[in-house]
Write a protein that binds this ligand. Structure first.
Ligand code: UDP
Length: 330
């Protein structure tokens, strides 16, 4: 039997990282999962611990990374990823996007591994071009509350390109748009778990602003498929992966109310600073280069996600992370 390919996944215990672990195990890889568990949770990957082709390192990738043996691929997915998280841990957010990627790229260079980094639609900031194409440079406020995430991710792309052009490292950059599915943290502040959690607890749904801002939500399985195809491609420039089906947050709240059958109403809070007014990926590149497009519609994806959240224990459902709305808004 051919030797298994070995892949390092950073942020492996997070929402996306854990789904990537599952996919690469399924595809026959040896998976080395790394996470410092600040926002990730072991629960997301504990079903893999019994497998001999899976290993877990509790490690902060902002510090020197040592992995024995050969490595074929590195996926850098370690980072806080919700506005609430990067407000709570801004310095770590900056470090994992800068020192963390530097360590990953250095490791890739010595191991001759191909690296794929998780970038984000946040590199476009509050976009003035709609839908967002990869050649749009963005509209980011470096010193606003989102700056620590947006600029770390922009730096990460620049560092990755530099290792590609200067050191010849094989690199791939995926710009991920809003993604949802099972294993999102219920109380990380993101809109989908926020709404579903509120519906399940019998609370009103909190819309920030007037709800006219838009997002385009991609189901996690579609995203993972796009990432796998990009990794196997020979394309080093950034590629958007997301679902172009755009919806306003107000209409999204209505969909969640219907889905969950809750009797709660919506209540309005101030819109957070620099909250993008509209977001929709242009996925022409992914269609042409990777022959990829999303397959799971919102109705199906939301149902799968709701089923997951319904299965959580009462403790998990009620465990609230403190959200300092005041700090978020001003
Ligand atoms: N949002 C909301 N209510 C919430 C949480 C978020 O209306 O309880 C809004 C938020 O202001 C933003 C959108 O939903 O306009 C998506 O927010 P999220 O944090 O999920 O992702 P991002 O802003 O990074 O796309």
């Amino acid at each position: 039997m051919a030797e298994r390919k070995r892949i390092l996944i950073t942020g492996a215990a997070g929402f996306l990282g854990s789904h990537l672990c599952d996919r690469f195990i399924k595809d026959g890889y040896h998976v080395i999962a790394m996470d410092n568990l600040i926002t990730g949770r072991l629960k997301n990957i504990e079903h893999l611990f019994k497998l001999e082709q899976f290993e877990f390192y509790n490690h902060d990738v902002s510090k020197f990374i040592h992995v024995p043996g050969k490595l074929d691929y590195i996926l850098h997915f370690a980072s806080p990823a919700s506005p609430i998280d990067y407000l709570k841990i801004p310095i770590q957010t900056l470090k994992v996007g800068s020192l963390g990627i530097h360590n990953c790229l250095g490791l890739a260079r010595v191991k001759k591994a191909r690296v794929l980094i998780a970038s984000t639609s946040e590199v476009y900031g509050d976009p003035t071009v709609h839908p967002q194409t990869e050649d749009y440079w963005g509209n980011v406020n470096p010193v606003g509350p989102r700056g620590v995430y947006d600029e770390a991710k922009r730096f990460q792309e620049a560092m990755t390109m530099a290792y590609h052009t200067f050191h010849g490292v094989e690199t791939r950059i995926v710009r991920i748009f809003n993604t949802y599915g099972p294993r999102m943290r219920l109380n990380d502040g993101r809109v989908l778990p926020a709404f579903i959690g509120q519906a399940l607890r019998g609370e009103d749904l909190t819309i920030f602003g007037d709800g006219s801002q838009t997002r385009s939500f991609c189901y996690v399985d579609d995203l993972v498929e796009g990432i796998v195809r990009l990794l196997q491609s020979d394309y080093a420039q950034p590629v958007n992966i997301g679902n172009p089906d755009e919806i306003s947050i107000g209409d999204f709240a209505e969909e969640i109310i219907k889905l969950t059958g809750t009797n709660q109403k919506v209540v309005y809070h101030d819109l957070p600073v620099d909250d993008p007014k509209q977001r929709q990926p242009d996925i022409t590149k992914a269609r042409q280069l990777l022959n990829w497009e999303p397959k799971v519609g919102r109705a199906e994806g939301l149902k799968l996600t709701y089923d997951y959240f319904k299965g959580l224990s009462a403790n998990e459902l009620n465990e609230k992370e403190h959200i300092d709305f005041d700090r978020y808004i001003h």
